[in-house]
Unconditional design. Structure first.
Length: 202
Protein backbone atom coordinates (compact mmCIF):
# COMPACT_ATOMS: atom_id res chain seq x y z
CA UNK A 1 0.00 0.00 0.00
CA UNK A 2 1.38 3.45 -0.84
CA UNK A 3 2.84 5.32 2.10
CA UNK A 4 1.04 8.61 2.77
CA UNK A 5 1.65 9.03 6.47
CA UNK A 6 5.17 10.37 6.95
CA UNK A 7 5.29 10.10 10.70
CA UNK A 8 3.36 7.02 11.76
CA UNK A 9 3.91 4.49 8.99
CA UNK A 10 7.44 4.68 7.66
CA UNK A 11 9.43 6.79 10.09
CA UNK A 12 9.13 9.96 8.01
CA UNK A 13 9.31 11.93 11.24
CA UNK A 14 12.49 13.89 10.67
CA UNK A 15 10.98 17.27 10.07
CA UNK A 16 9.87 20.28 12.02
CA UNK A 17 7.38 22.95 11.06
CA UNK A 18 7.94 26.67 11.12
CA UNK A 19 5.66 29.70 10.85
CA UNK A 20 3.38 28.67 13.72
CA UNK A 21 1.75 25.70 12.05
CA UNK A 22 -0.94 24.93 14.59
CA UNK A 23 -2.28 21.48 15.31
CA UNK A 24 -5.80 22.91 15.37
CA UNK A 25 -5.52 23.93 11.72
CA UNK A 26 -3.37 21.19 10.22
CA UNK A 27 -2.43 17.78 11.56
CA UNK A 28 1.36 18.03 11.31
CA UNK A 29 1.68 14.24 11.35
CA UNK A 30 0.13 13.98 7.92
CA UNK A 31 1.91 16.27 5.49
CA UNK A 32 1.70 13.49 2.94
CA UNK A 33 -2.09 13.39 3.29
CA UNK A 34 -2.79 16.97 2.30
CA UNK A 35 -5.36 15.91 -0.26
CA UNK A 36 -7.31 14.28 2.57
CA UNK A 37 -7.14 17.21 4.97
CA UNK A 38 -7.71 19.82 2.25
CA UNK A 39 -4.69 21.96 3.09
CA UNK A 40 -2.08 23.22 0.62
CA UNK A 41 0.36 24.28 3.37
CA UNK A 42 0.52 27.73 1.80
CA UNK A 43 3.07 29.83 3.68
CA UNK A 44 4.29 26.91 5.80
CA UNK A 45 7.92 25.82 5.90
CA UNK A 46 9.06 22.28 6.63
CA UNK A 47 12.62 21.38 7.61
CA UNK A 48 13.94 17.83 7.42
CA UNK A 49 16.02 16.96 10.49
CA UNK A 50 17.26 13.43 9.72
CA UNK A 51 17.89 11.00 6.88
CA UNK A 52 14.85 9.01 5.80
CA UNK A 53 15.03 5.46 4.41
CA UNK A 54 11.64 4.44 3.00
CA UNK A 55 12.87 0.86 2.59
CA UNK A 56 11.52 0.31 -0.90
CA UNK A 57 7.93 1.19 -0.06
CA UNK A 58 5.63 2.61 -2.69
CA UNK A 59 5.27 6.33 -2.08
CA UNK A 60 2.27 8.50 -2.87
CA UNK A 61 3.78 11.85 -3.89
CA UNK A 62 3.21 14.92 -1.75
CA UNK A 63 0.91 17.12 -3.81
CA UNK A 64 -1.27 14.30 -5.11
CA UNK A 65 -4.75 15.71 -5.48
CA UNK A 66 -3.85 19.13 -4.03
CA UNK A 67 -0.73 21.02 -5.07
CA UNK A 68 1.84 21.50 -2.30
CA UNK A 69 2.36 25.25 -1.81
CA UNK A 70 4.67 25.32 1.18
CA UNK A 71 8.46 25.45 1.38
CA UNK A 72 10.73 22.52 2.07
CA UNK A 73 14.29 22.66 3.43
CA UNK A 74 15.98 19.26 3.36
CA UNK A 75 18.69 20.33 5.79
CA UNK A 76 21.21 18.50 3.52
CA UNK A 77 19.68 15.18 4.58
CA UNK A 78 18.75 12.29 2.29
CA UNK A 79 15.44 10.66 1.44
CA UNK A 80 16.11 7.26 -0.11
CA UNK A 81 14.78 3.94 -1.34
CA UNK A 82 11.24 4.51 -2.57
CA UNK A 83 9.13 3.72 -5.61
CA UNK A 84 6.39 5.75 -7.27
CA UNK A 85 3.74 4.33 -9.57
CA UNK A 86 1.50 7.11 -10.78
CA UNK A 87 -0.59 5.99 -13.74
CA UNK A 88 -1.57 9.51 -14.78
CA UNK A 89 1.74 11.20 -13.90
CA UNK A 90 2.93 13.85 -11.42
CA UNK A 91 5.40 11.41 -9.97
CA UNK A 92 8.26 12.07 -7.57
CA UNK A 93 8.84 12.79 -3.90
CA UNK A 94 6.59 15.77 -4.68
CA UNK A 95 4.06 15.15 -7.42
CA UNK A 96 2.78 18.67 -7.94
CA UNK A 97 4.33 21.64 -6.15
CA UNK A 98 4.37 25.41 -6.19
CA UNK A 99 7.24 25.72 -3.78
CA UNK A 100 10.81 26.49 -2.83
CA UNK A 101 12.69 23.24 -2.27
CA UNK A 102 16.31 23.35 -1.16
CA UNK A 103 19.17 21.48 0.53
CA UNK A 104 17.75 18.03 -0.24
CA UNK A 105 19.28 14.74 -1.40
CA UNK A 106 17.21 11.96 -2.93
CA UNK A 107 18.67 8.55 -3.77
CA UNK A 108 17.60 5.14 -5.08
CA UNK A 109 14.29 6.01 -6.69
CA UNK A 110 12.18 3.94 -9.08
CA UNK A 111 9.36 5.74 -10.94
CA UNK A 112 6.79 4.46 -13.43
CA UNK A 113 4.33 7.01 -14.86
CA UNK A 114 2.78 8.30 -18.09
CA UNK A 115 4.43 11.73 -17.79
CA UNK A 116 5.61 14.52 -15.44
CA UNK A 117 8.21 12.57 -13.48
CA UNK A 118 11.30 13.53 -11.50
CA UNK A 119 12.99 12.22 -8.38
CA UNK A 120 12.19 15.40 -6.45
CA UNK A 121 9.25 16.97 -8.34
CA UNK A 122 7.04 15.63 -11.11
CA UNK A 123 5.62 18.96 -12.23
CA UNK A 124 5.68 22.33 -10.57
CA UNK A 125 6.26 26.02 -10.27
CA UNK A 126 9.44 25.60 -8.26
CA UNK A 127 12.60 27.26 -7.12
CA UNK A 128 15.01 24.43 -6.45
CA UNK A 129 18.44 25.05 -4.96
CA UNK A 130 21.22 22.75 -3.73
CA UNK A 131 19.32 19.53 -4.43
CA UNK A 132 21.04 16.34 -5.51
CA UNK A 133 19.66 13.05 -6.85
CA UNK A 134 21.44 9.77 -7.42
CA UNK A 135 20.49 6.32 -8.72
CA UNK A 136 17.18 7.26 -10.32
CA UNK A 137 15.30 5.03 -12.75
CA UNK A 138 12.29 6.54 -14.54
CA UNK A 139 10.12 4.66 -17.01
CA UNK A 140 7.48 6.61 -18.90
CA UNK A 141 4.66 4.77 -20.62
CA UNK A 142 2.58 5.96 -23.55
CA UNK A 143 -1.21 6.00 -23.81
CA UNK A 144 -3.05 6.05 -27.11
CA UNK A 145 0.17 6.96 -28.87
CA UNK A 146 0.88 9.98 -26.67
CA UNK A 147 2.40 10.88 -23.30
CA UNK A 148 5.69 9.29 -22.30
CA UNK A 149 7.00 12.82 -21.87
CA UNK A 150 8.51 15.36 -19.47
CA UNK A 151 10.85 13.51 -17.17
CA UNK A 152 14.06 14.73 -15.56
CA UNK A 153 16.41 13.52 -12.88
CA UNK A 154 15.37 16.35 -10.53
CA UNK A 155 12.11 17.72 -12.00
CA UNK A 156 9.94 16.55 -14.87
CA UNK A 157 8.56 19.96 -15.83
CA UNK A 158 9.11 23.39 -14.33
CA UNK A 159 6.28 25.53 -15.63
CA UNK A 160 6.20 29.10 -16.90
CA UNK A 161 7.43 31.89 -14.68
CA UNK A 162 10.59 33.21 -13.06
CA UNK A 163 11.45 29.78 -11.67
CA UNK A 164 14.79 28.07 -11.28
CA UNK A 165 16.94 25.04 -10.64
CA UNK A 166 20.31 26.08 -9.23
CA UNK A 167 23.43 24.46 -7.77
CA UNK A 168 21.99 20.96 -8.16
CA UNK A 169 23.15 17.64 -9.61
CA UNK A 170 21.71 14.47 -11.10
CA UNK A 171 23.92 11.39 -11.11
CA UNK A 172 23.33 7.86 -12.42
CA UNK A 173 19.93 8.57 -13.91
CA UNK A 174 18.14 6.34 -16.43
CA UNK A 175 15.06 7.67 -18.22
CA UNK A 176 13.04 5.72 -20.76
CA UNK A 177 10.46 7.84 -22.53
CA UNK A 178 9.23 9.46 -25.70
CA UNK A 179 10.11 13.17 -25.58
CA UNK A 180 11.02 16.13 -23.33
CA UNK A 181 13.59 14.22 -21.30
CA UNK A 182 16.59 15.62 -19.45
CA UNK A 183 19.22 14.87 -16.86
CA UNK A 184 18.26 17.76 -14.57
CA UNK A 185 14.88 18.85 -15.98
CA UNK A 186 12.74 17.27 -18.66
CA UNK A 187 11.27 20.65 -19.61
CA UNK A 188 12.08 24.11 -18.28
CA UNK A 189 9.85 26.80 -19.74
CA UNK A 190 10.94 30.23 -20.92
CA UNK A 191 12.06 32.58 -18.16
CA UNK A 192 13.20 29.56 -16.15
CA UNK A 193 16.82 29.63 -14.98
CA UNK A 194 18.97 26.50 -14.79
CA UNK A 195 22.43 27.39 -13.47
CA UNK A 196 25.29 25.78 -11.60
CA UNK A 197 23.86 22.33 -12.33
CA UNK A 198 25.43 19.12 -13.60
CA UNK A 199 24.15 15.82 -14.96
CA UNK A 200 26.50 12.84 -14.74
CA UNK A 201 26.11 9.36 -16.20
CA UNK A 202 22.66 9.92 -17.65
Amino acid sequence: MPCRDWKANHQFMGYKTLNNLKESNVNTKYIGKEKNINDLFLGKTFVLTSNIDLAGHEWTPIGTGAIFEGSFDGGNYTVSNFTVKQQEGHAGLFGNARATIKNLKVENVEIVAHHYAGAIVGQGYCRIDNCHVKNVNITLTTKNGDWGDKAGGIIGQNCEGTLSVKNSTATDVTIKGYRDLGGVAGMAHRNNIVSGCAANNI
